[in-house]
Design a binder for this molecule. Sequence first.
Ligand code: AMP
Ligand code: GLY
Length: 423
Amino acid sequence: MKILVIGSGGREHAIVRKLKESPLVEALYCAPGNGGISRDAECFPVNAMDKEGMLALAQEKQVDLVFVAPDDPLAAGMVDFLEEAGIPCFGPNAAAAQIEASKVFSKNLMKRYGIPTAQYEVFADPAAALAYCQAQGKYPVVIKADGLALGKGVVIAQNQEEAKAALHSIMEDKIFGESGAQVVVEEFLTGPEVSVLAFTDGKTLKPMVSSMDHKRAFDGDKGPNTGGMGTISPNPFYTEEVAKECLEKIFLPTVEAMKAEGRPFKGCLYFGLMLTPDGPKVIEYNSRFGDPETQVVLPRLKTDLAQIVEAVAQEKLAEVDIQWDERACACVVMASGGYPGSYPKGLEIHGLDAEGQAQGVTVYHAGTKLEDGKFLTNGGRVLGVTALGDTLEEALDKAYAGVEKIAFTGAMFRRDIGRTHRG
Ligand code: AMP
Ligand code: GLY
């Protein structure tokens, strides 16, 4: 198979490296890719949103499948466009990608099909939304922009002033553009969070091993929300019993609901869950692999990823037996100083070999570029330093030993990945 992966982050590097292990894969391309990915796949400077550009590239390279990894091109119909031209894809079409791209759609879906989630109301008018917050009579309340907002469209308002400010900036100042034309106002839930990715071909669903993300910038879950500062797999809270409940009450009903709505979901469906005192509830769906969840889940996949991806595209997932490594995996993100605010770019990264790797760990590149044989920083999240271990403790020790070998000016990372849940 010849496969083209669309995207340019640590998630895409993890996908590329896993596909590279497959004896079925004869050529691997990535667009636009990054410095580290260019050591594992041939990269082309085509923007992830450029449908015509991607089609031209896929045709020129005669690829057998395009793996669309990021949310934006999925929501914008990249899969629809390529499939119309006869190119098989891994990823949902635009109608199915609405499960992530519109929170109003996903909340209404859950309500219609009885899938457990936080209570909510939808508003297109900020005054009505604020009146509802007040009428609830208790804070915090959670305010979510309807559309895609680079992971920043969720505000947990602690009081009426904060609710008012959030509604104003989302709905009137339109800081996320049309994504804020409507908002979901929902009940604040508590409990540990779990991420579960699942392969689905629209009929069959096979969950992957669980993981835990660390979204806040600083140790002790302090500071601003980020795209994710580190992950572990498995998630210690996700017991077999909880997994069974999630499969029966959430995962399978979601696949059925999407089918019943005439939007069968094909690709990777991401369940962001909260284990509340009333049982597991859906916080959000994503229509794609998570970043940096992928970096700890795919290293544990023993079955050939190319085979799975092909089976999903052909709607034959039921025929594939998927096996997982029992070992734990940990990923520590090294970010640019200042992230998630503004940060410098173009700083030399020390401690990587010519392949962009370091001893004892796998280094997934997120924001890097390769210039004159040197790896330079080129984004907020720069590297995901990842290791497997017989225990979570061992995986974390190895990952942190890897982090110690790597340096760039201002490098920022959390020292408590995988440790927060111990209080
Ligand atoms: P999201 O972008 O939907 O993943 O939301 C970002 C984060 O906000 C989640 O990871 C949760 O920590 C938090 N969050 C979202 N919805 C709720 C809720 N209903 N109750 C409590 N926390 C929430
Ligand atoms: N790590 C969360 C996400 O990929 O949306």
